[in-house]
Design a protein around this ligand. Structure first.
Ligand SMILES: [Zn+2]
Length: 476
């Protein structure tokens, strides 16, 4: 872990702790950086003790979450007399997790007594980190004479006040009124620790309806979720409350601040959306912005620029999953439209828009065997001419609504009669060439049969028994 990663790791935990115990997250994070050398000390590594918490502290006049017995013994340097460093051997607390270390530290700070007074009176609830640091020093926490300066400069260096998110501010979250289906996912981290200032559209890879997107994330073993999904039906599904941090973008810091949206799309590159889904994404982004006080949605065009930028009050940025993981998400279709999305949303919010070059058209022509057979898709083209050129025999070009606008003849028919071997254990024999016709029998021997006529993908059996679906057979 680099120093920066350590800060990003401890910060959100300190926020949770702040909301529970009232010790500023900036103070807790700075103390953890200082006391544990950004997680590198022997105590941090071997005992999950990030604050140098000793076995006995202030005569243990406080209620602890430490188990009371796990200890780690080591030598330590102390400055009892200013300027004089001495080495002593001491017993330290050993914790089973970082979270326990943070919580135990806060319990100590909020409860430890000095005679009949709180040792750090006024610290819980204190919102000024300079004052908080001084209260900690005054209570006798540290023997280092430069302790207050050290804490404050760490807070300023890492901008740690970003983690001082008060619980009351997280209460105001609402969910979108555009939601028409709710399929909750257990896969989330509870309350987000950062206000919403980011939106991350994703590709769910499949033209799924809203409810089906929701059901992708109901098992805890999936270890993934999203705040919302948008189905091919144009419906919005709620999977994780907006107040909570979803598991969507392979980045904790992104998902703490982002509303994540999984969108129905094609199964193959460029993972295009239908117009219905894209328009609903615009609607949903507008709604998210309105409810969260955002007047301007920005697309900065690259990971570097975006992550280096801190959204101002009233601003949000778009981010992309592909920046945080080795994934194509969102696909090239959506990624090429991030600027267009940001501009359209900002325009709807009444903000001024710097025009971004939007793709000329959002309509795509898909080349497939049938509209229903998504897997057969061999491409999606913005130009109808190009789609036609790419359309082989037996395939059609479909518009956004699934209507065939061009068909390149039927698949070349086989010269009858010919023989096939049945591939499936059980194949239905139908009265005529189509699924709607009655079943008159079954082939269950995976045998070899002679076909004397082809129609609609079905073959007529020489025996006169009826018709079978030829996809379940291999021509021999
Ligand atoms: Zn994704």
């Amino acid at each position: 872990m680099t120093e920066k990663e350590f800060v990003a790791y401890i910060g959100p935990k300190a926020t949770k702790d702040y909301q529970k115990h009232g010790i500023l997250a900036s103070i807790t994070t700075a103390q953890a950086c200082l006391e544990s050398g950004y997680g590198t000390t022997e105590l941090a590594k071997n005992a999950n003790n990030f604050f140098g918490m000793k076995k006995i502290l202030s005569n243990n006049t406080w209620k602890s979450v430490w188990d009371g017995k796990s200890i780690y013994t080591k030598k330590t340097k102390e400055e009892y007399t200013p300027g004089v460093i001495s080495t002593i051997t001491a017993d330290f607390r050993k914790y089973s997790s970082v979270d326990l270390s943070i919580e135990d530290h806060s319990l100590y700070l909020t409860q430890a007594m000095n005679g009949n007074k709180l040792r750090y009176a006024g610290l819980a609830g204190c919102k000024d980190y300079h004052k908080a640091a001084q209260l900690i020093k005054n209570g006798g926490y540290a023997t280092d004479s430069k302790y207050v300066d050290k804490l404050c400069s760490l807070i300023e260096r890492w901008n740690l006040t970003q983690y001082d998110v008060e619980a009351s501010k997280t209460v105001g979250y609402t969910n979108s009124p555009l939601v028409s289906v709710t399929v909750k996912s257990p896969n989330h981290s509870g309350k987000r620790t950062h206000k919403i200032d980011t939106i991350t559209p994703h590709c769910v890879v499949g033209q799924l309806d809203a409810a089906t997107i929701g059901h992708c994330f109901t098992s805890s073993s999936v270890q993934a979720s999203c705040n919302y999904g948008i189905g091919k039906d144009g419906k919005v599904v709620l999977c994780v409350d907006e107040a909570n941090r979803s598991w969507c973008t392979s980045s904790n810091s992104n998902d703490q601040r982002a509303v994540t949206i999984e969108c129905a799309c094609d199964k193959t590159s460029p993972y295009a959306f239908t117009e219905t889904v894209y328009n609903k994404l615009i609607d949903l982004c507008v709604d998210i912005c309105q409810r969260n006080g955002i007047k301007k949605l920005l697309w900065l065009g690259s990971k570097e620029k975006t992550l280096a930028y801190t959204p101002k009050s009233g601003e949000a940025v778009l981010t992309a999953h592909r920046w945080f993981a080795n994934k194509a998400c969102p696909g090239d279709w959506m990624y090429a439209r991030e600027g267009d999305l940001a501009a359209k949303v900002t325009a709807r919010l009444g903000g001024s828009v710097t025009p971004t070059p939007a793709p000329a058209q959002t309509t795509l022509y898909r080349v497939r065997k049938t509209w229903a057979d998504e897997k057969s898709q061999i491409g999606a083209y913005e130009s109808l001419d190009n789609a036609k050129k790419a359309c082989p025999k037996g395939y059609s070009v479909f518009n956004e609504k699934g209507k065939a606008v061009y068909t390149n003849g039927a698949a070349p028919a086989n010269k009858c009669p010919y023989q096939v071997k049945v591939k499936k254990d059980s194949v239905k024999i139908r009265k005529d060439a189509g699924k709607k016709y009655d079943i008159v029998g079954y082939i269950t021997d995976k045998g070899i049969y002679t076909i004397i006529e082809e129609k609609n993908g079905f073959g007529r059996l020489k025996s006169g028994a009826g018709w079978i679906y030829l996809n379940y057979t291999t021509k021999i």
